[in-house]
Design a protein around this ligand. Structure first.
Ligand code: NI
Length: 329
């Protein structure tokens, strides 16, 4: 965990970091009732005893207060973990610092050293990654609103030509430190293109991201899962890693909010990479499912990270067989 990383508190709701609320007035328990033993006649003895009683009451009060404070703090943590409702002062996402970016880059490069593609991370931790394809689009701001409210890093595989109409969302993704990958310039089936045209598709999108002030994408996701050996050759030249997925929510088919959530949860395991879409059609269901997805993953102890972070923390094993195109082309 680098100190430059600012997303780690997603594990710990902000509410639980607040100072505990003042203890409720529990001191009504008061000092113990006077003993029923025969009363001494000496008034000084009675005075001493009253002071002793007051002291005992004070000790009891302190004990009650300590218990109440501890108890209220505990309850606060549990209830806020249950609801996960961010307070009005919830900060927006802070971008990863230079140390973290360097670490992520090294993670990706290290994985590229032994495989040209991934579909999930390793299984040693509890990291999982949400990925969003086909943006930017009209629903991208809503997706970003949820992610930022919940302090969830994510990876966006952006289509170059969509930046023309919805570039402000891509600028926001860059500014707020989301990871941006290459999803081609205009979403063709790569396996049906010449080497030259495939290169154009990869290069033009990457150039647009850099023109907007983003970092050159190191990750590529093939539209329709379509690729061939030429694609791998080009990606190798461009030092880019192909990122497939382990869980396809098919959210673009609008199967219903509950179905989208259910597909994520059923596929959730260490290293999972979830495929969702922030654009390419009506994404109301994806937007509505997102808070539930985040909540259900966290309840199960998963830690939501970007794809580069997933690969840096817990890389996939060596020796994975090269996949064939998923598009049947
Ligand atoms: Ni796509």
């Amino acid at each position: 965990m680098s100190p430059g990383w600012n997303w780690d508190f997603e594990d710990e709701p902000r509410a639980s970091r607040r100072a505990p609320a003042p203890a409720p007035a529990r001191e009504a328990a008061g000092p113990p009732p006077p003993p029923s033993a025969p009363q001494p006649i000496d008034p000084r003895a009675r005075f001493r005893r009253r002071r002793l009683g007051a002291a005992a009451g004070l000790v009891l009060l302190v004990v009650v207060l300590v218990l109440a404070l501890g108890g209220s703090h505990h309850h606060g943590a549990v209830s806020s973990a249950g609801t996960r409702t961010p307070g009005p002062h919830a900060a927006t996402l802070a971008p990863p610092g230079p140390d973290e970016l360097e670490r992520e880059d090294k993670g990706v490069d290290s994985v590229l050293g032994y495989t040209p593609f991934v579909k999930e991370g390793g299984t040693q931790g509890r990291d999982v990654a949400l990925t969003f394809d086909d943006g930017p689009g009209p629903y991208t701001p809503q997706v970003l609103d949820v992610l930022e409210r919940e302090h969830v890093p994510a990876t966006f595989f952006v289509i170059g030509q969509e930046i023309h109409d919805f570039g402000s969302s891509t600028e926001r993704e860059i500014r707020d430190g989301f990871t941006i990958g290459d999803h081609t310039e205009n979403h063709p089936m790569m396996a049906q293109l010449s080497a030259h045209d495939q290169h154009e598709q990869l290069f033009e999108q990457a150039a647009r991201i850099e023109l907007l002030g983003g970092r050159k994408p190191k990750l590529f996701r093939p539209p329709y899962g379509s690729f061939n050996t030429t694609t791998f050759h080009l990606l190798h030249q461009m030092k880019m890693l192909m990122v497939l997925w382990s869980v396809d929510t098919d959210d673009y088919e609008q199967p219903g909010v509950e179905t989208i959530v259910k597909r994520v949860i059923e596929g959730a395991k260490p290293g999972a990479i979830f495929l969702l879409h922030d654009a390419g059609g009506n994404r109301e269901q994806t937007v509505a499912a997102l808070p539930q997805i985040i909540h259900e993953l966290r309840v199960r102890g998963f830690h939501l990270v970007s794809v580069p972070r997933l690969l840096a923390e817990d890389p996939p094993p060596h020796g994975l067989p090269l996949p064939t195109s998923l598009a049947g082309d």
